[in-house]
Design a protein around this ligand. Structure first.
Ligand code: AMP
Length: 369
């Protein structure tokens, strides 16, 4: 079976690595000549709106999926007219715009921070009355890794925030203002739904960010918030008639989970599943889109995932840490770029913490903040 993937980054690369044992083959569309998934399959180097390239793509594949959520709507429609495409385009429509995403959570009764859409400087002044301060101003579209957002602490920050995000060459930007959540933890729920409606949920994962970028993800076998997270993820998966893996990010505030965002694809906070779960998120995504039964999402033991941001630590030094699994993405070093990750496995929490501390020492000398 041949799987077509829109996007040829590290998520596409790891999907292909999981797919070869299943005898799957891969075709990627990505406009970058250096797309890092290209080593794992055929690479059509073309823009996502290139109709001729998409036709060539669809002619070779049995099923299509994507590894980034900003697939243009017209691209999704064009692909869907020729081959099955999973997850469904409704998931893209919902996840691409923070407003439609939040309206979806509201409709499904999933708690979330107070929010107001903002499209002018005056509207921002009024919106602050609803959210209170501090608050976070975000672009509705194309924000990632903390980009396209700005924290407002006092009234004096409104002008600066509007100047930073509000004015675009095409006129006032479409923004959203959210109440700032003084969260205790950030967690994510990786979940998967098959074509027949079978559901599976990975153990809840706790995530640590720095400068808006995910640094460390640790799954917990018995997180007290897990049942709530699984319930909210189930509502979204069923509402969207979803097929594939979804990443659902939450803030933990007291005894409550507040929804932050969904990613309709495999997710960075689920990379630990490659060595840490019975079936990886990548294999389960492929099982779902190819119409196979899902695999077990159970933990295999203790583990944690650490991202390499900017550049990766020395291989020999990392390989000397027991239980450490290195994943390079084939990307050249660059400031703030995710170039790889490591998953550390261990027999117990103390062993995991000790190994993590060893890795963090190596990361500290090479990472760029
Ligand atoms: P996002 O792109 O929405 O996932 O935001 C990136 C990161 O910014 C999150 O992982 C949080 O650490 C922080 N953040 C975003 N929105 C809020 C909020 N409303 N309250 C507090 N922190 C936030």
């Amino acid at each position: 079976m041949k799987v077509g993937i829109l996007g040829g980054g590290q998520l596409g690369r790891m999907l292909a690595l999981a797919g070869y044992p299943l005898d799957l083959q891969f075709v990627f569309v990505d406009p970058s000549a250096t797309a890092c998934a290209a080593a794992l399959g055929q690479h059509l180097c073309a823009d996502y709106t290139d109709a001729a390239a998409l036709k060539q793509f669809c002619a070779q594949i049995d099923v299509a999926t994507y590894e980034f959520e900003n697939v243009p709507a017209q691209t999704a429609q064009q692909v869907l007219a020729q081959v099955p495409l999973y997850p469904p385009p409704a998931a893209l429509d919902t996840a691409q715009d923070r407003l439609s995403e939040k309206q979806c959570f509201d409709r499904l009764g999933i708690p979330l921070p107070r929010y107001v859409p903002v499209a002018s400087r005056e509207a921002l002044t009024i919106a602050v009355k609803t959210t209170g301060l501090p608050a976070v101003l975000k672009t509705r579209r194309f924000g990632y890794d903390g980009k396209g957002q700005c924290v407002l602490k006092t009234e004096a920050d409104l002008d600066r925030a509007w100047a930073q995000l509000g004015n675009t060459p095409d006129g006032p930007a479409k923004l959203i203002l959210e109440a700032f959540v003084p969260f205790e933890r950030e967690v994510s729920c990786l979940a998967v739904r098959s074509k027949t409606g079978e559901l599976a949920f990975y153990p809840l994962t706790e995530n640590q960010h720095r400068n808006g970028i995910l640094r460390v993800s640790t799954p917990h076998a018995n997180d007290p918030m897990q049942a709530q997270a699984h319930d909210y993820a189930r509502r979204v998966l069923e509402h969207l008639q979803y097929v594939g893996v979804i990443g659902f990010e939450f803030f933990v505030a007291g005894a409550q989970l507040l929804a932050n965002e969904i990613a309709p694809r495999v997710h960075n906070s689920g990379h630990w599943t490659i060595e840490g779960a019975q079936t990886s998120q990548f294999e389960n995504h492929l099982r779902a889109v190819c119409g196979l039964p899902l695999g077990s999402t159970e933990l295999r033991g203790h583990c944690a995932m650490v991202n390499f941001i900017g550049r990766a630590p020395d291989d020999a030094a990392m390989a000397a840490i027991p239980g450490l699994h290195i994943h390079h993405y084939g990307k050249s070093p660059r400031h703030q770029r995710k170039v790889g990750h490591a998953t550390i496995t261990a027999n117990n929490k103390a062993e995991l913490d000790a190994r993590l501390a060893q890795l963090q020492t190596l990361i500290a000398v090479c990472e760029d903040g």
